[in-house]
Design a protein around this ligand. Sequence first.
Ligand code: KIV
Ligand code: ZN
Length: 508
Amino acid sequence: MSDKVWIFDTTLRDGEQSPGYSMNLPEKLQMAEMLDGMGVDIIEAGFPAASAGDFESVQKVAELAKNATVAGLCRAVQKDIDAVIEATKPAKKKRIHTFISTSPLHMKHKLQMEPEKVLEMIKDSVSYARKACDDVEWSAEDATRTEHDFLCKAVETAIKAGASTVNIPDTVGYTIPEEYFALIKMLKDRVPNIDKAVISTHCHNDLGLAVANSLAGVAAGARQIECTINGIGERAGNASMEEVVMAFRTRQDKLPYETGIETTKIMSASNLLSAITGFAVQPNKAVVGANAFAHESGIHQDGMLKHANTYEIMTPESVGRDKTDLVLGKHSGRNAFRSKLMQLQVHLDDDALNEAFARFKTLADRKKKITDDDLLAVARAEGDLPEEHIRFVSLAVRSGSTGPQEAELEIDLDGKKKKAKAAGKGPVDACFKAMKALVPHDDLTLHNYELRALTEGSDAKGEVNIALSAHGHTYHGAGVDTDVIVASCRAYIDALNKYLAVHNVQAA
Ligand code: KIV
Ligand code: ZN
């Protein structure tokens, strides 16, 4: 049987207080709903005494949470504690989280208090909070730089006053796993009433060790981890929830702990936070980064095609992502190349494949990112290729400032000439409407249109690049002509042909 570790999420408090990550009320509520739905045990919703806005958001999260305990943070003063009591009132389950610094550095310079005064404040604040709420967490800010004797005394005082969780923050991200393990173990061994409280970790990531330190804390006896989605938080952030949870799930042999997190919701939570804050995670971010399940090297791709366990320790589906992505690039091998072409409905015999693969390698040396369109172009010279259903024949447009703008487009559709006329908001729009009349494709939307001159002068050739998208896929098209409207039409036809080829759709 695995031991339960409580997940205390502080995305909306420690996460939100970092530069650039502030969220408005509707955004916080969206995030809170996600956290509640994915099985977070405790949501730290904010610091109610900090501002009226923070107070309101804690209150609204308290109204919304169906399963999670809602916590509010407060300093060790009655006014702050009262704000948490009031803001968390609507919650089914509530927690008061009060903290004070315990390190010599913080006591002397920040609090300007003697250690005895700090102990007195711990006793007074925790017992005051405990009168209003039977779930009180106490945190020793800067615990990892606190003298051990004093930390033991402070923790003992907090538990005696009624704290049911004692949090041992590595506030400045200074500790290392071995040392943090020893610190938690020391508290377990030396604090006489430690069995009456849950020990919690709260590790910052200044040295990139927040997750490792949190896991070390659990190994030494902590049973709550404070963490955030995408690891956001003060400075370098907090321990990342997705990494902690997936470490437990993936390494049950060494980490026999379980959490209540529904791991298939991890990717949605990460994406929601990125969308709200406007900060995407770095591509190589563990678990949720764009490359976390992407394989480019030929040896890895070959291994993955033979057996996914060769290079993957967890499945993308287990964290709510799409299937593994074999990204083709200069390091890719023939096997992955063939497999990707087959996904695109291109089947080449061995000789054709070899030639196409050679062309692909030349292209990959020049281009960082190889798209599906590039692959189709590389394959085009050889083999059983998707047909081009549509060919451009002619175009006549009526444009200018007096309107209406109209286009008459003629195409060759699977060997038959077809013509259509349409009006639009400008000649390009009129052309695209005529195209739609000839080959209906309502599921495709135009999401990019770029025009540039390839040469200089008023008789320059214009190149148009467009992107059509449907069902999460994008089809790029390019067209070149001295008439930019004709170039637009050619680009549109190019993209539409790619869509029809990949989807094996009958154009007629
Ligand atoms: O990092 C820290 O010490 C904190 C406490 C207030 C829990 O965020
Ligand atoms: Zn913190």
